[in-house]
Design a protein around this ligand. Structure first.
Ligand SMILES: [Zn+2]
Length: 82
């Protein structure tokens, strides 16, 4: 499991190398990093929770966008994995 807070992807129950080997998953989480970047941490969390309450997990627009990003190689541009 991975949870993004600001520009950091926190991993639970999976190692860094295993996560990085899963290209689609990395793109998904990087999309969330960019969502934080776009809105700022607090505003993004507020919007995400509002979406979550209204639409649930799968249908909330930030998750829909992140799932679409799984097929977009360009999403990782401008992001450095350290
Ligand atoms: Zn997600």
């Amino acid at each position: 499991m991975a949870i993004v807070l600001g520009r950091t992807i926190h991993l639970y129950g999976i190692g860094r190398q295993q996560f990085l080997a899963n290209v689609a998953w990395v793109r998904h989480e990087v999309c969330h990093v960019k969502q934080y970047r776009q809105y700022g941490i607090l505003w993004f969390l507020w919007l995400y929770l509002a979406e979550y309450r209204r639409h649930g997990y799968m249908q909330n627009r930030f998750e829909v966008a992140a799932r679409a990003a799984e097929k977009e190689p360009g999403i990782v541009e401008g992001v450095e994995i350290v």
